[in-house]
Design a protein around this ligand. Structure first.
Ligand code: ZN
Length: 185
């Protein structure tokens, strides 16, 4: 398990550059890569606040094109290496279902609505280096777009701002129940 890089978290108050810098392709499918993947898996499994559904390598300080997904605790963790978007379905970018509240392990406590494409086709490599092309839809499509953004140094908060959407933060009401409250950041 590795500590997750948060933003803004540097002692100087500036955002951690690792989170806003585009990553480099994975070239060697070796022991070192295996170790990074196993560290990332452990980190994702231990992330409970908020619950982790995906994790990109720069979030543990590694500038490589690599991310994991796990839409629900029942799903196996999947590994995506050197992903590229082959085709993005943008026919209904504003459909209600795609207007989802997103959060990020690197930005704890903040949520925001982001319009994502409901479907996409990506090409990526698996842990062995095999190239795979896959059509992805539903919640996994949202996670994959969020994680590919991470690999390009883009945080979901930037998407929220670009789309002029709203931010929310989790707060507790008088009864101690968690609710979401709109915030301006
Ligand atoms: Zn994230």
């Amino acid at each position: 398990m590795k500590p997750i890089v948060h933003i803004p978290a540097s002692p100087t108050g500036r955002p951690q550059p690792i989170l806003t810098t585009p990553t480099k392709p994975v070239i060697a499918f070796d022991k070192k890569l295996k170790k990074i993947i196993s560290d990332m898996k452990a980190t994702l499994l231990h992330a409970t606040k908020p619950k982790g559904v995906g994790l990109a390598a720069p979030q543990i300080g590694i500038p490589l094109q690599l991310f994991l997904t796990r839409p629900t605790p029942k799903d196996p963790i999947r590994v995506f290496i050197n992903p590229t978007i082959v085709c993005l379905d943008s026919t209904k970018p504003n459909a209600d279902k795609t207007n989802q509240l997103e959060g990020c392990l690197s930005i704890p406590g903040i949520w925001g609505t982001v319009n994502r494409s409901p479907k996409l086709t990506i090409r990526f490599q698996d842990e062995t280096g095999k190239t795979i092309e896959e059509n992805i839809s539903g919640f996994l499509a949202t996670i994959v777009q969020h994680e590919i953004d991470h690999l390009q140094g883009i945080l979901f908060t930037q998407r929220v701002l670009e789309q002029k959407n709203k931010f929310y933060q989790a707060t507790k009401d008088e009864k101690g129940k968690e609710t979401l409250e709109e915030v301006v950041i």
